[in-house]
Design a protein around this ligand. Sequence first.
Ligand code: ZN
Ligand code: ZN
Ligand code: FE
Length: 744
Amino acid sequence: MQGVGFRPFVFRLAHAHGLTGWVRNTPAGVFLEVQGEAPEVDAFVAGLREEAPPLAVITALESLEIPPVAEQGFVILESGGGATNVQIAPDCDVCPDCLRELFDPADRRYRYPFINCTNCGPRYTIITGYPYDRPLTTMSGFPLCPDCRAEYEDPADRRFHAQPVACPVCGPRLFLRDRAGREPEGDPLETSMRLLREGKILAVKGIGGYHLAVDACNQGAVRELRRRKKRDEKPFAVMSPSLDEVARYALFDRTEQRLLEGPERPIVLLRKREGNPIAPQVAPANGYFGVMLPYTPLHHLLLRDNFTALVMTSGNLSDEPIVYQDAEAGEVLSEIADFFLVHNRGIHVRTDDSVIRVFQGNPLFLRRSRGYVPRAVRLPAPQRSVLAVGAELKGTVCLTRDDRAFLSQHIGDLKNDAVLRSLEEAADHLERIMDIRPELVAHDLHPDYLSTVYAQGIDGVPKIAVQHHHAHLASCMAEHGLEGEVIGVIFDGTGLGTDGTVWGGEFLLGGYRSFRRLGRFMAVPLPGGDAAVREPYRMALSHLHSAHGEGVFDLGLPFMAQVPEGERKLFLAMLVRRINSPLTSSCGRLFDAVAALIGLRSRVSYEGQAAIELEALAESGDTKEVYPFESGEAGGTIEVDFRPMFRRLVGEVRDGRPPAAMARAFHNTVAAAVGRVCETLRAGSGLDRVVLSGGVFQNRLLSEGVFDLLSGMNFKVFIHRLVPPNDGGLALGQAIIAGRTEGA
Ligand code: ZN
Ligand code: ZN
Ligand code: FE
């Protein structure tokens, strides 16, 4: 891997053991020869694994004995030519050595916000081309001063060939500006801290884009940030200087702690502590805080001994990509931010923060981005190079080379041209820095997705359309290295099926080459199409209409007030005649329907919001009850019919049963349905491996319920660990399906 300081590490290790020889990078990996006393050579080999630099990953280590030669000293040789197998490191948190120097008054980089070394600092976001070398980074405009150059050229130094190395003399610097571009008097950092303490909103330039920052404990400031960000109700992420501060407002276990402190520095979802000091507007109607620790020197300087937590939310307007260029920031964010804390080191490619929640002691990615990109996912077998472009929501692209798949950073929902451009930039960036020219392009079956249109416009390579839920199945299989056929339980919000309807509650049987749809949730109309996604009450009415028929409004449930008396006839007509109401078997929409029915939420500001709140509510509902449901053969597949459940729910809502208990029993019911269908599919096919994929499996309660149930029935259950179960992981599945397509 490039930029992780492996060769200098080998150099220092060889010196420490008094060995002679050489080390060189080649397309096949790192080659090295050492010569010396046997015990020293053994200690050296052990050290290669045990003391390797934090960013290096050794996948295999082989050695053989060769005859001694006459030589002196140990040297680093130029990289070998030939076909490349280059891998670039992800962006990385400040390492312990640099952190010590950052707060050491005697160090020449004391309080310098751009300190880094071969073990840490920006990588993916500053590289502009291949090979990774300073002129091909956004550091090209900062010539090294003599002190930095000496470090850069000394193989024994921690900064040997560290491309982003810099100091206050030669490197980037900080600026603080107000909306009019004026720079307030005084030190930018000290002034920023004071402004934040006073409740001001700052746009802070980071590694992969801008954050909007306010003091998370200041209610007025957080409320003002929400007001200025407009209709956005998404929870804000927060950043704390240390675990001690995190412990004041959130609960975490060892796995969560390890993730928080790891060099990738993702946002980790942590349960809220009762009576915490964080402003309620940070994450309303949500049982969790998204928490991260500082990951740039600037963050460390801003937060240490200053704040319990800062809100650090992506600097963007709703539905737009995160802002990463300075001119753009001045325009777009000046409606929101009072001040701008910026610097003159360029961000070459925007990269949002990653988001993880812990599930059964392992990370479950909700968003795989900064810190993980462009780390490879190993495929079960080598294949032709593919570019896969994802679907519509939570866009990412995936590039493959041999048996490695490189998934891009999170791009956002592809609903406008700005996001599409960002997707193209991500694809170009990955192709360039990885030196990959794809031979095939894979895209979703949906002809109208912007990603599909983009894929179709790429000249000179065959295109392969992949069914959405098949891609989910393959994505989960690929990251577990599975071959052959499996049962796929694929639950998500939306995806075009091969029959032209909208799928989302699917039981598939298949592998990379093909699949069959052997089970599904009963389809109901999606009243108003996209409007039904923003207004879950529409799905509640659709399911109730299917359960109760024309008299649905006579049920007189509170949520029905969403449809005024005068419009009810029209609404029913829309359902019956399917006007702008495609049929859907969506599991995400089933969650929406139940959330609306029990009075939790009738409208949402982002896809999946109702389901997230339903899960939070269900966590406090202590019941093992399962609602009645039916399953039977319909049109060659098993159909799961939840109408009996809806009839029961209507009665319970009328009787005033606590919503938490209903939410929990609903989760239990979906899990029970999975168990029943999988049992039938196993009996018919002999298959006992089940993959769980689709955005609904971001739901920890449901994932746990399904996992435990199926495991108890002796199924081998596979859940996502390396890529998100949502559409952010879809491109991986598209890529392997395309790569396995014969004759393409
Ligand atoms: Zn460092
Ligand atoms: Zn310098
Ligand atoms: Fe999906």
